[in-house]
Design a protein around this ligand. Structure first.
Ligand SMILES: *Cc1c(COP(=O)(O)O)cnc(C)c1O
Length: 338
């Protein structure tokens, strides 16, 4: 079976497993795991920030960021497609007691003008606009990405208006290999950043939250109360260090393979609305009589697994364990379908 359900389905490479087995570990709740400390220092330096925190998931790093940046009765401004709104079980309300103010962006991306229009005036009866969350790349937006030129006006606005700016950078490296921009330059635009190690980077577990020392000090307390304090987590952190050293540049291949498949789908009579493929996520609609479910069933019968993204919508995600040869097979299957 060829699995295009998500880039989270990858298994550790032999080199990564070796690095994990060789990790030096300690108790990270006491701050004594040297490998976790090394990963956190490495990621903080990479993004030109003071400190970082290793967490079990990207949901947790996003939820901790919202918690640390806000007070109850505040509001978070983000695109309606945002992971923090769509796929984190409504955690912003549950964990932080905040409201959400959704912007209709373009492929999951919003502009400074839209953010400015969304900021609420101060009044006793209104939630207080406090935090803006951008997602780069945007999952539900079809892997769309922001360039720094698009981000800068938003960070400038947030700075002027006293709002915090968080980046859900679960797939930030998929964007950076396209733009050629540096993590440092991205780091300078945000108060906090969450990156996932277990998506395109291919580790089994883990995300990293990045920010100032004071922000991370509080984030550590929130991680603990959420049950995310881990002990000999260095075995997992070692996979993250390995991924950052060896598995970033190759993300370009994932992006290219998604684009190649997208170009094939453009020509298929059963597919429409193939979203612009910017990185490793490919979203398209299937025409009736197909539904997403019946199309996926047909694909599965031919050995390709993918996920529904709406009644008529299908998502493919390319990744580390999806080879060139698998891509050729998928293209063959897509051409056989009518
Ligand atoms: C996957 C993902 C996350 C975090 O997901 P976890 O499964 O909790 O690690 C956050 N944001 C985006 C955009 C994602 O795709």
């Amino acid at each position: 079976m060829i699995n295009l359900v998500s880039d989270t389905v990858t298994k550790p490479t032999p080199g990564m497993l070796q690095a994990m087995m060789a990790a030096e570990v300690g108790d990270d709740v006491f701050g004594e795991d040297p490998t976790v400390n090394a990963l956190e220092a490495k990621v903080a330096a990479l993004f030109h920030k003071e400190a970082a925190l290793f967490c079990p998931s990207g949901t947790m790093t996003n939820q901790i960021a919202i918690k640390v940046h806000t007070q109850p009765l505040d509001e978070v401004i983000c695109d309606e497609y945002s992971h923090v709104y769509q796929y984190e079980t409504g955690g912003y309300a549950y964990n932080s007691g905040v409201a959400i103010n959704l912007i209709k962006g373009r492929h999951g991306k919003i502009t400074a003008e839209q953010v400015e229009a969304a900021i609420k005036p101060e009044a006793d009866w209104l939630p207080k606009s406090r935090l803006v969350v951008l997602e780069n790349t945007c999952n539900k937006g079809g892997g769309s990405y922001y360039t720094l030129d698009e981000i800068r006006p938003i960070s400038k606005l947030c700075w002027h208006r006293g709002l915090a700016l968080h980046l859900d950078g679960a797939r930030i490296f998929n964007a950076l290999v396209e733009t050629g921009e540096t993590p440092q330059a991205v780091g300078e635009q945000f108060d906090s950043i969450s990156i996932c190690l277990s998506k395109g980077l291919g580790t089994p577990v883990g995300s990293v939250l990045i920010g100032t020392k004071a922000f991370i000090r509080q984030a550590r307390r929130i991680r603990k109360v959420m049950g995310g304090g881990m002990r000999q987590a260095g075995y997992l952190a070692a996979a993250g260090i390995y991924a950052l050293d060896h598995q970033v540049d190759r993300l370009k291949e994932d992006n290219e393979r998604a684009r190649t498949i997208g170009a094939v789908l453009e020509k298929m009579p059963y597919a429409s609305e193939v979203r612009p493929v910017q990185t490793n996520i490919l979203i398209f609609d299937v025409n009736p009589p197909y539904t997403a479910a019946s199309f996926l069933e047909k694909l599965a019968a031919k050995g390709v697994k993918a996920s529904p993204f709406g009644p008529q919508t299908v998502r493919f995600v390319t990744h580390l364990d999806f080879t060139e040869e698998m891509m050729e097979r998928v293209i063959g299957v897509l051409k056989e379908l009518e």
